[in-house]
Design a protein around this ligand. Structure first.
Ligand code: HEC
Length: 243
């Protein structure tokens, strides 16, 4: 018995440690993504960005193209034409051609599968991540929310190049804010919309049934209300005779 209590306590402490470190890792203030999962057009644009800019390195191996076609209302022909590589089949999962070992050798770290990244990191983190790439003094890409990230800023042509304004914080040089040193193809507002589209798609990827779950949820709650009212009426009817 005592042993069990000890194990339970240890697990609680471990859990607190895990959530504590998650908070510490994201101590940069996060922007609000304001993602609307019902905005199918945004998810469609995000899917396109994902295929064009991310799938050379990342897979989404829990998602199949034909599910994508159905959920995003695209139809299989459109998906085949715009979102699939030539040798992929409609029933395939969104796999990347690069082997993890190559990724590690080329980039220093294997790019993780992104199927569940929105569940693990949250949409605000992702949104801030894509707004927070900058070029550091050494001339390489860095990121405020994922310091020393091995991922290059793949959307730099759209956003442009940001450089940091560094201030001393307790004797430590810290990035205070980022400034756009070289504008990109999009205005900052348009780039934020682009990132929101991408994050909307990543949110969908993390839970493809989310929309369905929410829609069913409303009917379940309505049913419960109607059921509660009828049961109450029935109870009142029965107890009238008892009284
Ligand atoms: C050149 C290869 C490459 C491309 C292209 C690329 N990434 Fe990455 N990405 C990486 C690598 C490598 C990491 C691991 C970074 C690290 O942990 O230091 C990473 C990390 C990430 C992470 C952080 C995962 C985590 O939780 O730590 C996210 C999110 C991400 N990428 C999303 C994207 C998206 C979305 C795109 C397309 C817009 C993209 N990446 C394009 C290589 C790439």
């Amino acid at each position: 018995m005592n042993k069990n209590v000890l194990i339970m306590l240890c697990s609680l402490v471990a859990l607190a440690g895990v959530s504590g470190s998650a908070i510490a890792a994201g101590d940069a203030a996060l922007e609000h993504a304001n993602v609307n999962i019902r905005d199918t057009a945004a998810a469609q644009r995000g899917a396109r960005l994902f295929v064009n800019y991310c799938m050379s390195c990342h897979s989404a191996s829990y998602m199949r193209y034909n599910r994508l076609a159905e959920d995003l209302g695209l139809g299989e022909d459109l998906v085949k034409e715009h979102l699939m590589f030539a040798d992929a089949k409609i029933g395939d999962t969104m796999e990347v051609a690069m082997r993890p070992a190559d990724g590690e050798a080329w980039l220093g770290k294997a790019p993780p599968d992104l199927s569940l990244t929105a569940r693990a990191r949250g949409t605000d983190w992702l949104y801030t991540y894509f707004l927070s790439f900058y070029r550091d003094e050494a001339g390489s890409w860095n990121n405020v929310v994922l310091p020393n990230a091995s991922m290059p800023h793949v959307l730099w042509q759209l956003q442009g190049i940001q450089e940091p304004v560094i201030v001393e914080h307790d004797g430590q040089p810290t990035v205070e804010r980022l400034e756009l040193a070289q504008p990109g193809m999009q205005s900052p507002e348009d780039y934020e919309e682009t990132v929101r589209d991408l994050v909307t798609f990543l949110e969908y990827l993390g839970e493809p049934a989310e929309l369905k779950r929410r829609n069913v949820g409303i009917w379940v709650l309505l049913f419960l209300v109607v059921f509660a009212l009828t049961s109450y009426a029935l109870k009142a009817e029965y107890w009238r005779d008892v009284h």
